[in-house]
Every structure is written in structure tokens, then in C-alpha cells.
Design a protein around this ligand. Structure first.
Ligand code: FES
Length: 693
């Protein structure tokens, strides 16, 4: 694996090298990275082997949710994706069950502190930060808890510009920049106490919240109010080979690339055409990784069309009505086999294809991390929920719902707020709505002067182009944020390029017929090169589905407000000028399909519960024998009893019940006990973890 040493969007910081050992071998990592990332950097994707079948184990979520990445670090079993590397750390792979340290010395137990606060905010992502900001501005005492070592949650992975409006959700700014803005605002508030590297582990019936503070001390918080902004976890998918190292959630891959700057693959294949999959593909190309293809089971991609167009322009094949039939390889992913499906989801004969790839990203959607909210509600606490934990939507919507829930909390405290919450909720619903199908693109007839061309043809909540035009000449139809933008043409366009640079979809070009009607100049956005493109260089100009030819670059501009978007001007024949939507820099070498991978998998080889290695075949067997109680399934198979606490497999098992014709309402759900995240037992006894222990 390589370090990313240049990136069109991300700054490459100086990182301090530190030494550590893995299975006795001395290796080098970087300070500030988690163990899983430095292992990847050293080409290690297999972190251990499972006790049940010796299958190789590695990361899946890279977010502390799936518990697949256990290693033994300085004698303690830890999640590699959540534990920072330390200088001189001795790390061992976890083969079978972790051994307990040979440490039976007498230790003092102490009391666990109980800390009172007006508000506990769980999660410092977009929703948690925007809620905390508002509460802090009203001088409310807040403890903001987050399990990562920096503020921002998933924002820190998002190198693309945000949709929505500039006034409400920073539209046109990148997620990484929004994390910094919101984080700095929250840090400046006197009444806000920020606990990073701290994990909320449980909600108890006596209205106390258990927190592993700073990864070393167990404390209880007694909050008057709680705001749960814990985000989402990625859905797993059941298919043969689904747990091979190399099959990751798309968010895990973005964590490796965009947060930890690791080029974690050479060739990836993406499952899922929603925004998460489409954006992950674009981010991979920005990091110099080949995207072999993307499949979507529906007849069309569910994500924003502008995100899909970005991938199509760069030559990524998108196969709709396709599913994965297997991930292939012995110890790692070596290839993927896909097949075309009918409306019933059945594979059509003779449609299977196999492609070489070393990584498969699962991007089929997210499930809310809502267990803390549900327990707090069950125990009668004053609790609110925002962001993806409330409803899965874009991060821009999470910024908004965090604010709304904080306003509701303030009202409940008897504090008068200026905003009309009903109006805000209406707007939040617009932000959260699924995008409609795109309309047919229309070609403008105008062929004189200079004007922006809008290549977005889907009604999504986005309008930053209307805010940046210095001539005030860009509107959406009826000024509705979800309507398509147009050029009013009442005053001259001055060709400033701000609308091109701000557009999150990279879907605006500027066309100028003033010098030469037959060869107009066209200005296009580019976010694929860390270096400024040279004047005179030949670049491939593309439409949304084809190459249009190579043309010399005539002008390159970088606007100070949008320093990572290059505005590239070329002169091209008028017959193609309005079809030009982008620039492809490197002709990516996408693989042709290989000979079909031939192996007949059985349902007993397809894993549902990753922690306990329980297969689809085992679950079906017991459902067919009449089991209708999740707890009974647990007792019979150990499904859901692993270290992730059933977070990954429970939705998959519900689906198998449905596939077997069982009404899910007839199934007794699994009992959920308070502890939702693993933590060292000794900390419950008030023993403070010390580095030298
Ligand atoms: S990969 Fe570490 S918990 Fe999922």
C-alpha cells in the first residue's frame, strides 16, 4: 500500500514516523493514525483468523461498529480501527480468541464519577456540531462526546462540495472545510465541554449514561437532556465471499483514503449506485485508484444524477439491474462476479461476468445508529435525535436537523427562539427527500455572447449558483431550491466563473461565442489534479457519456474563494461545445471482464453474522424448522452474540425471515441489553487505565 503523496483536494501534512511491531516484525507507521491504517500502509490486510473456521479477518467498517478488526495491542484486545498507534507498540494478530493478559496482581477499585450536565450531545458529526453550536450560543452547559480524535464525524471524509443552500448549510463548501468551520465555532463556546476519543457505551434505566472517557476512564453522566447524533452504520450484504479481506463498506474506504491518506487499493468495484457509492468512486479516482465498475440492482442509480455523471464522464462503467454473485479469492479479494437480474431479483442466464479487482466496496445504504436514542426513550429521559440517527439523508440535511432539534430542546427549556420550527422542518423535509428521476437534458438554442450552461437535469435541493453570481443573473425556477437553475439573461454575464467553481455537481460550464462563433471557448471545472494544468497541454474533453476529442488548454484560472477547483478553458467546435461537461486527465485502464470465475457456492459458505461466522444456510434451516424468536436463533446458532452485538447481522436476518415468507411482526426481536459498545471490564470498577500498566 502506498501513502497518498499528492491529492487535488487534500493537503498532505508532514507526519511523524514511529516504529511498532506486528507479530514480532518491526514496522513503521505514522503518529496520529489508527492501527488498522498503519497495518494497511504496511500491506497488511489480514489482522487475524477466526476461531470457528480460521477465515481471515480484517476491517469492514473502519468506524468501530462491526468489531471485525480486533488485534492485541500491548497485551490488550482492541479494535484496530479505533485505537491510535503508539510509539513502540507491540501488536499481535488475533488468531482465535484473544488471550487475556497474564496480569493477576491485586488492584484497587475506585468509585465511578457521576457528572451532571444540562445537555449531553452524543456525536460530533454535522448534526451534533450544529446542535451544540446553537446550544452553546445560548450559554447552555453541554458535554459533547465523540469517539474519534477530531471533530466532524463523516464530514472529515467528504472532499466534495455540499448541496443545499449557502445560507443554511454551507452549500458549495467541502465537507472537510465545514467540519473545520463548525468545529472551530463549537470550540470557542465557553459553556461547551468537548470530549473527543470518548465513547458512549450504554444508557441505563436509572437515567445515567456510561462513557469511556478519553479511552481510559469510565464515567457516568447524568444529563437533564440528551441529543443523539450518532450517525449511521453501513449495511452489509449477503453474498458468497462477502467477508473476505478486501470487501469493505464504502465509508471504511473513504476513511483510509481521505482521512488517513492511504491508497488502500489498486482496482475497486462498487456495489450500489446511491450517493455513497457514487461519491466513493469519484473520491477513489481523485486518489489515483482505478474504478473497475459499479453495479446497481435498480434500473437506475438512486444517487444524484450529477454524481453519476461525474463517474460516467471519467469512463466508469455503470451496470444497472445487476447484482454481485460472488467475491472471489482465497485470502483476499482477487475478482468479483456480477450478473444481470430480472424484476424478481433472479440472475438471468448467461449474464454473469467476472472482473479483476482487489477491493469491493459495499455501498447499498446505511442504517441509523439509533440504539442510544431508543433506550433513552424507553427509560423516559428527555431525548432528541438528529442527523442520520433520526433519518438517513445527506450530511447537509443533518446540519439542519441538528439545529432544529436543538431549537426544540431550547423551547422545552422555556427559552424563546426566533426561528419558526415548522418552517425549518418543512425545509428539512425538502433536504431529506429522495431525488426524483432526472428529466431529459435540454439543449439551449442561444449561440451568441457568453453565458453559463447548466447540465443538471434533476430536481435536487441545491442552489449555491444563485448566490454567487455578481450580476444576480442565476435563478432557480420560481426561486424554489429544488427547481433547475437558469440564466436570466437580463444583464451581461461577466464570465467570472464563480458559478462553475461553486457547483457541487460540477455541472456548470461557461460558453463564450464572442470571439469565434464556430469555435467558442468553453470553461469547465476540474478537481482531478493537485498541480495546475499547463497552458497548451492537450486534454480529453468529454460529454456525460463519451469522449469528444483532445483540445489544447487556452486558459487556467483558480478563484481565491474556490482554491481546489481549476477552471479550464478550451476552444472547441460549436457542434460539440454545449455537450462538453468535463475533462478526463488520465485514461483509466478499466478491465475487460475475465473468463467467468467458476465455483458453485453453497448457502453454508455465505456469512450473515460476521462475528460468529453464522451462514445463511444455518439461519434458513432454523427458520424452516419453525423458529420465530431472534433470541432462540441466538441460542441455537450464536448469531448476534458476537462482539458487534448484532449491529451488522440483525437487519440481514430480518430480511431472511421475509425471504422465507415470515411476517416480521410475528418474530420476537432480540433482547437489547444496555452495553452497546465493548470496553475493558476493569474500567467498570473505577480502575483508571494508566499508560504504564
Ligand atoms: S473495522 Fe473496526 S470495528 Fe469495524
Amino acid at each position: 500500500m502506498e501513502n497518498i503523496t499528492s491529492h487535488p483536494i487534500l493537503e498532505i501534512p508532514e507526519r511523524k514516523k514511529i516504529k511498532f511491531k506486528f507479530d514480532g516484525k518491526e514496522l513503521t507507521g505514522f503518529e496520529g493514525l489508527v492501527i488498522s491504517s498503519v497495518l494497511f500502509l504496511n500491506g497488511i490486510k489480514i489482522f487475524g483468523h477466526h476461531i470457528k473456521d480460521s477465515s481471515p479477518q480484517g476491517i469492514f467498517c473502519a468506524n468501530g461498529q462491526c468489531s471485525q478488526c480486533n488485534v492485541i495491542a500491548n497485551n490488550i484486545p482492541v479494535k484496530a480501527c479505533m485505537t491510535l498507534l503508539e510509539d513502540g507498540m507491540e501488536i499481535r494478530s488475533c488468531n482465535g480468541l484473544p488471550e487475556l493478559p497474564l496480569d493477576d496482581k491485586y488492584i484497587e477499585v475506585g468509585d465511578v464519577d457521576i457528572i451532571k450536565t444540562e445537555v449531553l450531545v452524543i456525536g460530533a458529526g454535522p448534526a451534533g456540531l450544529s446542535a451544540t453550536k446553537l446550544l452553546g450560543e445560548h450559554e447552555i452547559d453541554v458535554i459533547l462526546v465523540d469517539d474519534k480524535n477530531r471533530l466532524g464525524g463523516k464530514l472529515v471524509l467528504q472532499t466534495h462540495k455540499f448541496f443545499g443552500s449557502q445560507e443554511d448549510v454551507y452549500a458549495g463548501k467541502r465537507g472537510i472545510d465545514i467540519a473545520k468551520i463548525l468545529g472551530d465555532q463549537v470550540k470557542s463556546l465557553d459553556s461547551v465541554n468537548i470530549w473527543i476519543n470518548s465513547t458512549v457505551v450504554a444508557v441505563f434505566s436509572d437515567k445515567l449514561i456510561g462513557v469511556l472517557k478519553n479511552n481510559e476512564e469510565y464515567v457516568l453522566i447524568s444529563p437533564r437532556n440528551i441529543l443523539v447524533a450518532t450517525g449511521a452504520r453501513e449495511k452489509m450484504l449477503v453474498f458468497p465471499g462477502n467477508t473476505l479481506p478486501g470487501v469493505y463498506g464504502a465509508g471504511a474506504f473513504q476513511t483510509l483514503m481521505n482521512r488517513d491518506l492511504i491508497k488502500a487499493a489498486k482496482q475497486i468495484f462498487i456495489i450500489g449506485g446511491g450517493n455513497v457509492g457514487l461519491i466513493a468512486g469519484y473520491h477513489a479516482i481523485q486518489a489515483g485508484i482505478n474504478v473497475v465498475g459499479l453495479i446497481e440492482a435498480m434500473p437506475y442509480c438512486g444517487g444524484y444524477k450529477v454524481h453519476e455523471d461525474k463517474l460516467r464522464r471519467l469512463g466508469v462503467p455503470i451496470y444497472t439491474k445487476h447484482t454481485v454473485t460472488s467475491a472471489n479469492g482465497s485470502n483476499n479479494v482477487e475478482s468479483i462476479t456480477i450478473g444481470q437480474i430480472n424484476e424478481k431479483g433472479e440472475i438471468l442466464p448467461n449474464t454473469k461476468k467476472t472482473f479483476n479487482c482487489d477491493t469491493i466496496l459495499i455501498a447499498i445504504g446505511l442504517n441509523p445508529v439509533d440504539e442510544f436514542y431508543l433506550k433513552a426513550k424507553e427509560f423516559g429521559m428527555n431525548v432528541w435525535v438528529a442527523g442520520d440517527a433520526q433519518e438517513i439523508a445527506e450530511a447537509s440535511a443533518a446540519i439542519f436537523t441538528g439545529r432544529i432539534e436543538a431549537l426544540k430542546m431550547l423551547e422545552k427549556m422555556g427559552i424563546k427562539v426566533k426561528e419558526n420550527i415548522d418552517d425549518l422542518e418543512k425545509f428539512a423535509n425538502i433536504m431529506k427527500a429522495k431525488p426524483p428521476l432526472p428529466s431529459e437534458p435540454k439543449i439551449l438554442e442561444k449561440e451568441d455572447g457568453i453565458f453559463p450552461l447548466f447540465h443538471c437535469n434533476q430536481e435536487i435541493p441545491c442552489n449555491p449558483c444563485t448566490s454567487v453570481c455578481p450580476q444576480d443573473q442565476i435563478n432557480t425556477i420560481d426561486n424554489i431550491i429544488t427547481q433547475l437553475p437558469y440564466f436570466r439573461d437580463e444583464k451581461d454575464c461577466i464570465g467570472c466563473g464563480k458559478c462553475i467553481a461553486v457547483c457541487p455537481g460540477l455541472a456548470i460550464t461557461l460558453i463564450d461565442y464572442r470571439k469565434n462563433k464556430d469555435f467558442p471557448s468553453v470553461t469547465l471545472p476540474l478537481e482531478l489534479s493537485a498541480n495546475k494544468i499547463e497552458i497548451g497541454k492537450k486534454v480529453l474533453i468529454v460529454s456525460n457519456d463519451a469522449g469528444l476529442g483532445e483540445f489544447k488548454v487556452k486558459r487556467v484560472r483558480i478563484l481565491p474563494e474556490f482554491p481546489k477547483t481549476q477552471l479550464i478553458t478550451v476552444e472547441i467546435p460549436s457542434r460539440i461545445a454545449k455537450h462538453a461537461t468535463g475533462i478526463r486527465l488520465n485514461q483509466n485502464s478499466y478491465n475487460e471482464s475475465l473468463n467467468l470465475y467458476q465455483k458453485n457456492f453453497t448457502e453454508n459458505e455465505t456469512i450473515v453474522c460476521r462475528c460468529e461466522r453464522v451462514s445463511v444456510g444455518e439461519i434458513r434451516h432454523w427458520i424452516r424448522n419453525g423458529v420465530r424468536d431472534f433470541n432462540e436463533l441466538k441460542a441455537l446458532t450464536k448469531v448476534g452474540m458476537g462482539s458487534c452485538g448484532g449491529k451488522t447481522c440483525t437487519p440481514l436476518i430480518d430480511r431472511i425471515f421475509r425471504e422465507e415468507g415470515v411476517n416480521i411482526d410475528e418474530v420476537v426481536p432480540g433482547t437489547k441489553r444496555p452495553l452497546f459498545i465493548e470496553m475493558p471490564l476493569k474500567l467498570f470498577a473505577g480502575i483508571k487505565e494508566k499508560k504504564e500498566d
